[in-house]
Design a protein. Structure first.
Length: 74
């Protein structure tokens, strides 16, 4: 849960804190990435990286950032 102040302030969400979600399937990560980045922005494209087979980092339309990771196959 995120709570915002009703008092006007000059700050907003930053990528310093993001929600990390491990997805079980490629379909799940692809859908989450598409929906969360809609009207938001992509910080790291959904791709293979040295630390993950498939990973993406997005900011949603509210400025909350999400790190999406595909669970590794065992």
């Amino acid at each position: 849960m995120c709570i915002d102040s009703s008092i006007k302030h000059e700050f907003t969400f930053t990528p310093a804190i993001s929600l990390y979600v491990t997805c079980d399937t490629e379909e799940e990560i692809d859908e989450a990435f598409e929906k969360l980045s809609e009207d938001g922005g992509v910080l790291m494209p959904l791709a293979a990286y040295p630390f993950s087979e498939k990973f993406g980092w997005v900011a949603d339309k509210y400025g909350v950032t999400w790190q999406l990771n595909l669970a590794s196959k065992k």
